[in-house]
Design a protein around this ligand. Structure first.
Ligand code: PLP
Length: 356
């Protein structure tokens, strides 16, 4: 082992970093591997105050996001992407080498990675056969953990399976675990199905936390801007842990424009187009021979099981289409996640599959 590796914390020595779509990379011109939006808007930047530190939490973004989410500004925290919110939650609520988080695989990979880097253990309750959350098992595991499980991460629409949460069962779980654990609902894709958001439960449940992002439906993955929604008591606690200047001023300027009335209209128009493209793609896939299963989803992606995903993945790569391979993940054998792109990108995808 190198000297530097020996110096590092044991957990970091052993850690396999999150393989983001960007780190995996790929060659081609159709990027359907990171659930990014296919189009980009134009924004104005004012550089006259770049020599000043930004506000801790720029009020114009908090107010705009609070209005959009129908909450108060003191129930909103803005972070460097939703990923930073996940990490701050763990650093705020989990004691290293003592507490745990609970995740429901197969799900988004960053919950486990953030816990690992913080020295926090990971408990798993598998999603059910249809990939819905097993609420009874989650409740039982939290209640029998002796107060060790401090955070449950649920994801809806779940990345990559697309499943949503059941509001009544979530409310029951929140009530059963109050004072013991936070229940986090990761709503990174909720703009694609806004009627299924759980924000209305925040007022009655102090242990509910919702994470959001501008990276997906708002088409702003590059600016790294996310949000945490919860009762003020949770936001205040996280504010003790977050960096002193977490939101760069140019990010705040762009976010404010994206959250303006015009910005919201552009986002909602994009959602209509992408949801329609998803229906068209899903329909077309049902007629393709190498497709075994299409998992129902409400996000800007489709998880598809093929007869031989390695062959399909290679055919995409040969045609310059970059997809996200899930075939080596437990329970996702032969599965590929396809980001919903513009109609050209969807046609290219179908052309490749039809040529097999
Ligand atoms: C993309 C994604 C995130 C990360 O969002 P950022 O704001 O870009 O950090 C969080 N959760 C899920 C489920 C995601 O798919």
């Amino acid at each position: 082992m190198s000297n530097i590796k020996k110096l590092a914390r044991k957990t970091v020595q052993a850690l396999t970093p999150y393989l983001s779509a960007r780190r995996i990379g790929g060659n081609g011109d159709v990027w359907l591997n990171a659930n990014e939006a296919p189009d980009c808007s134009i924004y104005q930047l004012d550089s006259s105050k770049l020599h000043r530190y930004p506000e801790f939490q720029p009020p114009q973004i908090l107010n705009a996001y609070a209005a959009y989410a129908k909450l108060n500004a003191d129930q909103v925290l803005t972070t460097r992407g939703a990923d930073e919110s996940i990490e701050i939650l763990i650093r705020t609520f989990c004691e290293p080498n003592l507490d745990s988080i609970l995740i429901c695989p197969p799900t988004y990979g960053m919950y486990a990675i953030s816990a690992e880097t913080c020295g926090v253990a990971i408990e798993e309750v598998q999603l059910q056969a249809n990939f819905d959350v097993d609420y009874e098992a989650v409740k039982k595991t939290v209640l029998e953990s002796d107060g060790k499980i401090k955070i449950v991460f649920l994801c809806a629409p779940n990345n990559p399976t697309g499943n949503m949460l059941d509001k009544n069962k979530l409310a029951d779980l929140l009530t059963a675990t109050v004072g013991k654990a936070l229940i986090v609902a990761d709503e990174a894709y909720i703009e694609f199905c806004p009627e299924l958001s759980q924000t209305d439960l925040i007022i009655d449940h102090e242990n509910l936390v919702i994470t959001r992002t501008l990276s997906k439906a708002f088409a702003l993955a590059s600016i790294r801007c996310g949000f945490t929604l919860a009762q003020t008591s949770v936001i205040e606690m996280m504010s003790k842990v977050i960096a002193p200047y977490p939101v760069p001023a140019p990010v705040a300027q762009i976010a404010e424009q994206a959250l303006s009335a015009d910005g919201l209209e552009v986002m909602r128009d994009r959602v209509v187009v992408l949801n329609n493209n998803r229906h068209v793609l899903a329909n077309a896939l049902t007629k393709i021979d190498c497709v075994v299963d299409i998992f129902p989803t409400t996000g800007n992606f489709l998880l598809v099981r093929f007869k031989d995903s390695a062959k399909v993945f290679k055919a995409f790569a040969d045609d310059g289409i970059i997809m996200r391979d899930f075939a080596n993940k437990p329970r996702l054998e032969n599965c590929v996640r396809i980001t919903i792109g513009n109609s050209d990108e969807m046609n290219r995808t179908l052309n490749t599959l039809n040529s097999l």
